[in-house]
Design a protein around this ligand. Sequence first.
Ligand code: NAP
Length: 328
Amino acid sequence: MNMFIFASMLGFEMKAVYREVYGPPEVLELKEIEKPVPMDNEILMKVHAASVNRADSHGMRGTPFMARIILGGLRKPKTKILGYDFAGQVESVGKDVTEFKQGDEVFGTNKVAGGFAEYLCVLEDLMLIKPPNVSFEDAASVPGAGVTALQCLQKYGEMQSGEDVLINGASGGVGTLAVQIAKDKGATVTGVCSTSNLDMVRSLGADEVIDYTKENFTQSEQRYDLIVDVVAKSSFSDCKPILNSNGRYVTTEFSPGLAIKAKTARGDKKFLPMLASPEKDDLIYLKDLLESGKLKPVIDQRYSLDKVPDAIRYLEEGHVKGKLIINM
Ligand SMILES: NC(=O)c1ccc[n+]([C@@H]2O[C@H](COP(=O)([O-])OP(=O)(O)OC[C@H]3O[C@@H](n4cnc5c(N)ncnc54)[C@H](OP(=O)(O)O)[C@@H]3O)[C@@H](O)[C@H]2O)c1
């Protein structure tokens, strides 16, 4: 018997979607690799579901270049296994872990990815107990996109209850959650999407919908307190005329150049390129919404682990409705 088969039989091996280099989905390979061992402050998770984010595509290709700086690995990726958002069960914990124990059902996000695998080692800082009434798929759908949506609206957009908010890209991973969060926080919400997604976006609670294939929302007669462009298809200059005085324009397009432009912009209307940074309090807010049934993730497609390259290809086409799930 060779060592590899022996290790598999003993449970020291796991399946993972692995890569050594940056590149297109073809660089991803389903492999049997060593199962990770948790350090004292880590938790070993058996992953049940992971979701696919744009960060996986950026991290896979190493573009834009900033992705290499954020994730580490200027020439070669340090992160060999992608997949930031996960839900699953605690297999074992390091001796310094206090909040979780073996058997807990949990979900969260891992800053260094690793979720496209059967097992994952994570720190306890961005992980929570999964409510029993929330499925692994729904829990895995929410962390990255939900934190981005929440921070667009709250941290950057400083949204207040009763405000008029427009969300461009309301049918995507971030947008479907942003519509529901904005409604929960008492905004009047207009969602911009294409014809086939109008009913879905309405069903998420949007008060108004605009079909971008028929109407340019920047020419609207309506005025908004906050415009969140999650798909970065508009510009501050085009949106300025439809912002109320003291209105804010938040975009998920971020670069150091845009950040400088935002800092030096004059006038009462604010330009706010955002960079999401997950915080535990944000995850707790999203967990409460999920548990109460106020946040219902939209899942477009489900894939098995070996089909991660297909999932990323589909995501990169830019027409996903809600989220894509990888089931282990
Ligand atoms: N700055 C940050 O920290 C941060 C964090 C997370 C994500 N992001 C960025 O945020 C963006 C959105 O992420 P996501 O996960 O929501 O992406 P996504 O799920 O891939 O977005 C797909 C959705 O965008 C819609 N869409 C495409 N073209 C559109 C247009 N011209 N107008 C309105 N909607 C359009 C599509 O609807 P149709 O099929 O109808 O076209 C589809 O439903 C990505 O570019 C990502 O890189 C940034």
